[in-house]
Design a protein around this ligand. Structure first.
Ligand SMILES: Cc1cc2nc3c(=O)[nH]c(=O)nc-3n(C[C@H](O)[C@H](O)[C@H](O)COP(=O)(O)O)c2cc1C
Length: 164
């Protein structure tokens, strides 16, 4: 699935959301990113949502900031998210240093293994964490939706204001 959310106006910044969303709850998290992004009223920011398996290096090269959403599976990021890092790492390594990124993890009970692994890879890529890592763990809470809304809003507004 590749959803392109195009805002009107002279679009000159791109927010890429690389989302592994296998469940209704994770799909709700992505919907909240989009709502938050809309709420930022940033006409100049375009938003793309793409599944990790479909995300190619050129989409990342075109991005000005990235939100990564992954579940935690067996103490690690989702296999699809790891595959994405494996494929894009070297094609973007020299070209995207300093890229602003945010990490959101949906975990049944932990999330730390995933956070450690993604932060390690992103340190290797020389990306900059734009917001504290958001770990939505345990039984589903409506608060997660609000937190994802704020993440989408912050990343979009940050691009619009030129602070990311
Ligand atoms: C094969 C498998 C392995 C999982 N391993 C972990 C894990 O190691 N740690 C954890 O916190 N949650 C784990 N989970 C729970 C998932 O993270 C959880 O199902 C996912 O976040 C979706 O939750 P949701 O239905 O509320 O969106 C695992 C789920 C599956 C299917």
């Amino acid at each position: 699935m590749h959803i392109q959310v195009c805002y009107t106006g002279g679009m000159h910044k791109q927010l890429l959301i690389v989302a592994h969303q296998p469940s209704p709850n994770t799909q709700q998290m992505v919907a909240a990113f989009i709502s938050g992004s809309h709420a930022a009223k940033a006409d100049a920011v375009g938003v793309s949502i793409v599944a990790p398996l479909e995300c190619q290096p050129d989409q990342l090269l075109a991005a000005d900031a990235v939100i990564i959403l992954t579940t935690e599976n067996l103490g690690y990021m989702a296999g699809t998210t790891k595959d994405w890092f494996d494929r894009v790492y070297y094609p973007v390594l020299e070209l995207k240093q300093g890229l602003a990124f945010a990490l959101v993890i949906r975990a049944g009970l932990d999330g730390t293994g995933t956070q450690r692994a993604v932060e390690s890879i992103c340190t290797g890529l020389r990306w900059n964490l734009a917001q504290p890592v958001l770990v939505c763990k345990g039984p589903w809470q409506e608060e997660f939706t609000h937190q994802c809304f704020e993440m989408g809003q912050y990343m979009t507004a940050g691009l619009d204001l030129g602070i990311l």
